[in-house]
Design a protein around this ligand. Structure first.
Ligand SMILES: [Zn+2]
Length: 65
């Protein structure tokens, strides 16, 4: 963990266990906050997941815009 602005606990899409998700605020060209990007994902069971896969899972579940 280091680059994240915020950390939340999420359910790992692979094993269903708790995982720490790191979020970084994303801003549009005008500097306004438009959302958050997933920048780190650390499953407590040690699953190795691609950030892209986790992001897609969250998007599909309505967790992210
Ligand atoms: Zn896992």
């Amino acid at each position: 963990m280091g680059v994240s602005d915020r950390v939340s606990w999420e359910r790992c899409p692979s094993c269903g266990g708790p995982a720490a998700a790191g979020w970084q605020a994303s801003t549009g060209p005008d500097g306004l906050l438009v959302g958050e990007d997933l920048v780190e994902f650390d499953c407590s069971s040690g699953c190795s997941l691609l950030l892209r896969e986790v992001t897609e899972t969250f998007r599909a579940s309505g967790r992210m815009p």
